[in-house]
Design a protein around this ligand. Structure first.
Ligand SMILES: NC(=O)c1ccc[n+]([C@@H]2O[C@H](COP(=O)([O-])OP(=O)(O)OC[C@H]3O[C@@H](n4cnc5c(N)ncnc54)[C@H](OP(=O)(O)O)[C@@H]3O)[C@@H](O)[C@H]2O)c1
Length: 212
């Protein structure tokens, strides 16, 4: 299958959680982490998020000061998006919505200009690569979506901010691959590529897929 090169970026607590069980917004990282998040967006062809993260974090998926904005890709089962969400009111890259459990794109009532795709995540990745020229795609979560990418074994680079001074707890609180019940078909292996100490209680680490 032809697909984009895919990176993911998430922040985890000392116990590996990406949020609490109420899936509240991720506002527990430093300014340095937020700057890193923006840096990692620079130069990619497309950004990718799950509908849960888009809603919780009120993201607009743009890169300030960059002429060529990345495409903004959202994954959902039914594609029910709030038309008042800031994403639809901020200039940026074209918006592509994948609705995996909808038979036909016409069944999704999306705001004007949104390109609706149906089918599975794998075929969506192929379409974005083949028909929209996406060579690099950067995913910012959440756990359900990263889990799906890990099942497909399409994660090439993994960036984590390790927030070791915070313990979130709760078995219903998601990790980077969702909740504890969400097994993967096999382990996915990466090699350490880069790390740095933020001198603020956070550590910034990058791992790359084995063999690259
Ligand atoms: N710490 C971090 O770096 C970080 C990063 C991202 C998010 N978060 C936090 O994580 C929480 C959200 O986590 P989450 O696991 O619920 O997030 P998520 O993956 O963004 O959202 C889950 C929703 O996204 C859609 N979705 C995801 N994968 C899908 C797939 N393979 N096929 C079809 N639909 C898919 C579904 O939307 P529908 O319900 O529309 O079908 C699903 O209900 C929030 O609190 C957010 O702030 C933290």
């Amino acid at each position: 299958m032809r697909r984009p090169w895919i990176s993911c970026n998430l922040a985890i607590s000392a116990d590996g959680k990406i949020s609490d069980s109420a899936r509240r917004p991720s506002d527990w990282t430093s300014v340095a982490d937020k700057e890193r998040l923006v840096r990692l967006r620079r130069g990619v062809d497309a950004l990718l998020v799950g509908r849960g993260t888009l809603e919780a974090d009120r993201m607009t998926l743009t890169v300030a000061g960059q002429q060529q904005q990345p495409l903004r890709c959202i994954v959902s089962r039914h594609g029910r998006l709030d038309p008042m969400h800031p994403l639809f009111h901020r200039d940026g890259g074209g918006i592509h919505l994948l609705a995996t459990e909808v038979g036909h794109a016409n069944e999704v009532r999306a705001p004007d200009g949104v390109v609706v795709h149906t089918g599975g995540l794998e075929s969506f990745l192929e379409t974005m690569s083949v028909s929209h020229g996406v060579e690099t795609m950067h995913c910012e979560g959440g756990g359900a979506l990263v889990h799906a990418l890990a099942v497909l074994d399409v994660i090439d680079e993994l960036h984590l901010t390790i927030v070791g001074h915070l313990v979130i707890g709760g078995h219903a609180s998601p990790t980077i691959t969702g909740t504890a019940a969400d097994f993967l078909p096999a382990s996915r292996r990466f090699r350490l590529a880069e790390w740095s100490d933020g001198n603020n209680g956070e550590c910034y680490v990058t791992w790359r897929r084995e063999g690259r």
